[in-house]
Structure formats: C-alpha cells, structure tokens
Design a protein around this ligand. Sequence first.
Ligand SMILES: O=c1ccn([C@@H]2O[C@H](COP(=O)(O)O)[C@@H](O)[C@H]2O)c(=O)[nH]1
Length: 234
Amino acid sequence: MSSDLNKKVVIALDYDNQEAALDFVKQLSPDTCRLKVGKEMFTYFGPEFVKQLVAMGFDVFLDLKFHDIPNTVAKAVTAAAELGVWMVNVHASGGLEMMQKAKAALESYGEKAPLLIAVTVLTSMDEAQLKRLGVEKSPAEQVMYLAKLTKEAGLDGVVCSAQEAASLKAELGVDFKLITPGIRPAGADAGDQKRIMTPKLAIEAGSDYLVIGRPITQAADPVATLKSINESLV
Ligand SMILES: O=c1ccn([C@@H]2O[C@H](COP(=O)(O)O)[C@@H](O)[C@H]2O)c(=O)[nH]1
C-alpha cells in the first residue's frame, strides 16, 4: 500500500480519559494515520496532551474551530503553531478579514506553519437545520459559498462533507485541501452525522483526508478497524 493512502485517515480522539486515549495511540504508528484533538480532549487535558502526541511523531490536527474577532483568532492560531501541530482550523463564517488575519499570523513560521483550514457547514447539519439558522441555501450551495471565501482569504482548504468534495475539487482546484468528517464505513451507525459517505467513496469523490472518530475508537478492535479502512482505500 502506498504510504500516501496509509495516511488519509485522521482519527478523532474524542475521549474523556487521557490514559485510555494514550493506550490506544501507543498501538498506532504515525505511518498509518494522523490524529485529531478536538474541543473535548483539549478542554480536559490541554496543550500538554497535544505536545505529547506531536512528540510521539504524529501529525496532529488541532480541531478547535476558532470563531472570534480577527485579532483573537490570529493569536489563537499562533498559539496552535507554537504547539507544532500539522493543521488547525477556524470557522469560515467568522468572515474574510478574520481568515486573512489568521493566515497572516502564520506567515513567520514559513514551512513550519500548520495548514490553516476553515469549517464550512458542519457535517451534522442538513438543509432543515440550515433553514432554522436563516440560511436559505442548500448545504451544498452554502459549503461552496464559504469554500470560495476561504480560498479568497488564502487558506489551505476546508472542512466539508465528502458529499460536496467532487464539486469543490472541480471548482477550486486539486491543491485546495478537503478534510471530510462524517465518514461512515458501510453499516456503521451515523450517530449525529447527517452528510455521510463511506471511506472509499469519499476518497474517490476527492477528499484529501478522512476524519473518523467513533467508527474506529468505539469499535471492538480499533486498530483492526483502522487497518481495514486503510486497506479499503487501496
Ligand atoms: O463538520 C464537522 C467538523 C468537525 N467534526 C469533528 O469530526 C469528528 C467526527 O467524529 P465521528 O465520531 O466520526 O462522528 C468529531 O470530532 C467532530 O467534532 C465533524 O464531525 N464535522
């Protein structure tokens, strides 16, 4: 298997127990996956936990989805860069100026700067939920709108669902990275995810990285599940 396909999966480490998370991570190799630390683990265990994963050689996606005034977000992504993470994100709905300031804040890190991406429409949302927020566009239209804004701001890519991947790649180009949660192997429980796709179809649609949490972490054998997902991508 090519090493590139071996590293498409970003495991969402959503644990409330640091020891349990580390027991699992110790069974993994940085050659076969990347790791995501989100709001739950960061709030419980903080930057030291992130640094520990980075020191173990993993590419870490710090998924804190910053959404605030431009100055605050610029300082927050700087703090993420100081942790040595591979990728960090903001909400595209924070606006063009916020995203531009965040990107500018990372310039001084040169090649060591983390990838900076923006969340478009959460994969847990469908058309009805968007309408309740006053958004009349369909999820696909709103994702495209926010992805174009993100590209205009100079960011590296977006978080979207794999259902939007083909049209985003066609419109925004192959280099604009698509990070897709809402990934569910066939037969897996969707849980709160609404816009879902299987790992294989997501890669075929143009996803660059697949964010997968519960289907791996809550599996009877998480390491075997990761291996089987990686093998399905070949
Ligand atoms: O639109 C989004 C943005 C982020 N997420 C995060 O990805 C994982 C998905 O976990 P699963 O257990 O595979 O559903 C989770 O950490 C979310 O916070 C997302 O799902 N959708």
